[in-house]
Write a protein that binds this ligand. Sequence first.
Ligand SMILES: [Zn+2]
Length: 315
Amino acid sequence: MKYLYATVLVLTLSACSNPDKATAIPVYPAQQLTANSWVIHGPKEPPNPKNQGFMNNPGIVLTSAGVVIVDPGASVQTGEMVLRVLKSITAQPVVGVFNTHIHGDHWLGNQAIVEAYPDVRIYAHPNMIAEAKDGEAESWVKLMDRLTEGATRGTHAVIANTAIDNGDSIRIGDADFRIYHVNPAHTKSDIIIEVVQEKLVFLGDNVTFERIPRMSDGTFKGNLAAIDMALATDANTWVPGHGPSGDKTLVLAYRNYLDGVYQAARQAFENNSDSSAVKAIAEETTANFVHWQGYEDELGRHGVQAYMEIEAAEF
Ligand SMILES: [Zn+2]
């Protein structure tokens, strides 16, 4: 009885230690993609109160040394959900985390992993570590809180502790993680991760599926180059930053979108039209994508951005 009382007291104290922490996220299903990899596919909608900010694709890879997680999500609540899902797959500890880029919907879940496994290594590109320390981390915590109306509260930024770059190969247990980086691609800080033995690639937001992401931190030309680098691997399972995983056709689909916008911008530039003309041309070159989440909001912006990129390259 004494023991029970002590337990209840500890639980009560720990619940009170962070009274502002928002409620937990319900468990989402994990899909097994290869012998040793799973992905929890997040909702397609942008961060909002209903999805509690969860909208990315956290990945789980089992190695002989323990578990590796890719992009544990937008908040401490998402990271905790990933750990609950993980418990239904294995009792092994988490030994490594990869963060694919600076956008906070992918990595603010680091906090939950570090709280459970304080010695975990968190890998990211040095540009991401620098940008996060330079204020991006704070602004992403605030943005998520605002977009979800407080559903990520209790989240603070835990920034990666290990820098990795293009050409690196990290061996964790019996698994090799090869890193690809183009600057700038979707952002200045993307890493694409090839899990060699699984013939699987985590693309980050260099590729999304059924959802058009923001491109304001990247370039069309660089993003296309990053995709081509990934396509040169012999992978046959592909995990986009958002949307369902699958075979190479999803990579080619998103490449077609970027290329459609880029070609429309080139055509407008060569016709001596201004950047506002790109959208109408791009509506034809990207007509297959009209049902993708975010298309209506982003196409006009993407057209102007691609035009400015082409213009800048000419002068
Ligand atoms: Zn992103």
